[in-house]
Design a protein around this ligand. Structure first.
Ligand SMILES: Nc1ncnc2c1ncn2[C@@H]1O[C@H](COP(=O)(O)OP(=O)(O)OP(=O)(O)O)[C@@H](O)[C@H]1O
Length: 344
């Protein structure tokens, strides 16, 4: 449905998006994540047709819409957009905002569409309200309904939750995912919040300095990061030193582990092993201990920062009834499901 082939984009001859490739099937939801300035918004704007590309091609439903020498206008692409600041019209009520893009429909068709969309976004009784009479979360649902009204081929969402409270964001992301799935619509969202991306996406692209570092499911990104950047950006990983005992086994200060995939590593090679907070299990019976140097209460869990005897620091996510003070030594064990190694 959406095909991005070797796309580069430059401002004043300086490339800010570099040779990016990915594609989405009908109904798939993709998210682009990455640090500020990595080029996510620029790429999204190029898909919408607001930004020309300098190399490669973009096609929508089999139709080429952008190439180095071609740019189909945004209004001819059948792309819907949802923005960070909602961009709703304050002088119009909810119904008029939603039907704004339906200029060529009859009054009856507009009314039916507004009713159907308000039902879909969970606001069936708010058609006559003005925008200032709505909460931030309600405004974002109206913005979504307005973008969906003309039945776009692809929906683009640019940091749609960033002006909402943190507690609202993940829930709304899940809810909007459910709505998009019901409509079987293809969507691309840009965010710098990985939890939002995980709640929303089938597939996530991690960008750094204009390059796509990995395009994979949330599970793969977390458990099989393609490189150090992805490992570090996704999920509070730390890298501990280790030494290969053979092509599969690695010796670390926290024990010996086996990686399941084949690699070119050999006995004696120095490596780094990725450790996530949920890989470190608090275990009173373990003979390996670590010093609690920091703790953050997270309701059901406590996130501990620990210093190992070897001096390295790791994080440990423990159930919150295991309440220990800073300065205490606690027993830990490493419970690694996927061993991720990077050659040093
Ligand atoms: N109109 C422009 N003219 C020149 N440079 C620009 C323009 N818009 C963006 N840039 C630059 O292009 C790079 C990518 O910007 P972009 O907005 O795509 O990043 P982003 O990943 O979306 O960042 P953020 O998360 O902060 O929004 C940045 O270095 C930015 O300064």
């Amino acid at each position: 449905m959406l095909n991005i082939q070797k796309v580069s984009i430059a401002y004043a001859k300086h490339n800010v998006v570099n040779n990016i490739c990915f594609s989405l099937d009908q109904g798939q939801i993709g998210c682009l994540v990455g640090p500020s300035g990595c080029g996510k918004t620029t790429l999204l704007r190029a898909i919408a047709g607001f930004e020309p590309i300098t190399a490669g091609s973009i096609s929508l439903a089999g139709q080429a819409v952008s190439a180095a020498d071609m740019l189909l206008a945004p209004e001819q692409r059948q792309v819907g957009m949802v923005f960070q600041d909602f961009a709703l019209f304050p002088h119009l009520n909810v119904a008029d905002n939603i039907s704004f893009g339906l200029r060529h429909s009859t009054k009856a068709n507009k009314a039916a569409k507004v009713k159907q969309l308000l039902q879909l976004v969970g606001l069936p009784d708010l058609a006559q309200r003005y925008i200032y009479q709505l909460s931030g979360g309600q405004q974002q649902r109206v913005a979504l309904a307005r973008a969906l009204a003309p039945e776009p081929k692809v929906l683009l969402l640019d940091e749609p939750f960033s002006s909402l409270d943190a507690e609202l964001r993940e829930g709304l992301a899940r809810e909007i995912r459910h709505i998009l799935q019901q409509l079987n619509i293809t969507a691309v969202m840009v965010t710098h919040d990985q939890n939002e991306a995980f709640a929303m996406a089938d597939i996530v692209g991690v960008m750094q300095q204009g390059q796509l570092q990995q395009w994979a499911t949330p599970y793969e990104l977390y458990h099989k990061p393609a490189n150090r950047f992805v490992a570090d950006f996704i999920g509070r990983g730390v890298l501990l030193p280790g030494t290969m005992l053979d092509a599969q086994q690695v010796q670390t200060n926290l024990g010996r582990f086996v990686q399941r995939y084949s690699s070119a590593l050999q006995a004696g090679d120095k490596v780094e092993i990725l450790i996530r907070p949920d890989d470190i299990v608090h275990d009173d019976t373990s003979n390996v201990t670590a010093l609690v140097v920091e703790k953050a209460f997270r309701g059901s869990h406590i996130l501990y920062r620990l210093t190992l005897d070897s001096g390295e620091q790791v994080q440990c996510l423990a159930l919150s009834h295991h309440n220990h003070a800073i300065g205490e030594h606690i027993g830990i064990r490493l419970d690694l499901d996927h061993v991720v190694l990077f050659p040093k």
